[in-house]
Design a protein around this ligand. Structure first.
Ligand code: MN
Length: 335
């Protein structure tokens, strides 16, 4: 799907009109996805920086994003999942990088809504006052970066450019899944922000795992084994924490897909990854996760090569449902 440039700028204009109206009416919350990854937090912090009536908020901030918030003392409000203290005069909600309402982990108040996202799956239903920007780009920060460039260039300060670039860097797996547009956005952000990219990336990679986290990752790798799902070879394992990291490491081993299962407090979470070769051969993990919600319930969705599912079924049942769904996915001959 390639949206022509003209309709991109039309959508940015509609976003600008929506935001102008909402911020004129009162405070607007910019809500992040509950995984708190760098893309969702970076998008929210950067967008909120463009107007004093916007505030970035959400349920959870991941490790990388937390360090970025601390380094720049960026405004971000932690919300409670129940009895959330929404401002009385809340004039609108922007939700960034969440494929469905439940991915915010919040029950959202009934105010005008704007969804900015790049997931392949979509569980939003919008009303007449709502707006959706859904672009086939590698990160949500690309959409926000393009918006600020076009309609609020004064907001592209060095810290804001860092937040946006960080989301782009993590969602493209350090540019391994980048495309022309993500490189162009990255280049724009580095230039606007006057960023020293080598210094920036060094700061981002400066994450040392605690010994207990390192142990958890190692155990996840040790437990991994191979299973055949129709025409696809799948690596499967379980992990108690850092399942995204375990999944990414296993995804470098050349199997067709990876599934990492986590079971905690009666809730099961699947984190799945597939290399580009599998996506080209017809595997779409986001659609598979979406289909799983129809067969065994829960919530799921994501991208073609990276997706997730959460539900309260037994972990073995959830993993089996995933393997079965992969087995049914036809494998295209790639010449
Ligand atoms: Mn994203």
């Amino acid at each position: 799907m390639n949206t022509p440039q003209a309709s991109f700028s039309e959508e940015l204009l509609r976003l600008h009109e929506w935001l102008t109206q909402a911020t004129n009416n009162g405070p607007v919350a910019v809500i992040t996805g509950k995984n708190g990854d760098m893309d969702t937090i970076g998008s929210a912090v950067a967008l909120a920086a463009s107007h004093p009536n916007m505030l970035a908020a959400g349920l959870h901030v991941g490790r990388v994003a937390q360090r970025m918030i601390e380094r720049h003392k960026a405004p971000y409000r932690m919300l409670k999942p129940t009895k959330t203290g929404w401002p009385k005069n809340l004039a609108g909600l922007v939700v960034v990088d969440a494929a469905a309402p439940d991915q915010t982990g919040l029950s959202l108040p009934d105010v005008p809504l704007c969804v900015i996202d790049h997931h392949a799956t979509d569980g939003w239903s919008l009303g007449p006052d709502d707006l959706r920007l859904k672009w086939d780009v590698r990160s949500t920060t690309e959409v926000v970066g393009r918006y600020l460039q076009a309609h609020a260039p004064q907001a592209l300060t060095p810290p804001v450019c860092e937040f946006l670039l960080a989301g782009l860097v993590t969602d493209t797996g350090r540019f391994r899944h980048a495309d022309a547009s993500s490189f162009a956005t990255a280049s724009m952000l580095i230039e606007r922000g006057g960023l020293d990219y080598q210094h920036f990336i060094q700061d981002m990679e400066d994450t040392t795992l605690s010994p207990s986290d390192r142990g958890a990752v190692l155990r996840g790798l040790q437990r991994a084994d191979t299973t055949q799902a129709g025409p696809w070879t799948v690596l499967r394992t379980t992990a108690g924490t850092l399942e995204g990291k375990v999944a990414s490491m296993l995804n470098g081993l050349g199997a067709d897909a990876v599934v990492v299962t986590r079971h905690r407090n009666g809730s099961t979470r699947l984190t799945v990854r597939a290399p580009r070769t599998s996506v080209i051969a017809g595997l779409h993990l986001g659609e598979i996760m979406n289909a799983m919600t129809a067969s065994i319930g829960g919530e799921g969705g994501g991208h073609d090569g990276a997706a997730g599912w959460t539900g309260d079924v037994d972990p073995i049942e959830a993993e089996t449902a995933f393997i079965d769904a992969v087995a049914r996915a036809p494998r295209r001959e790639v010449i």
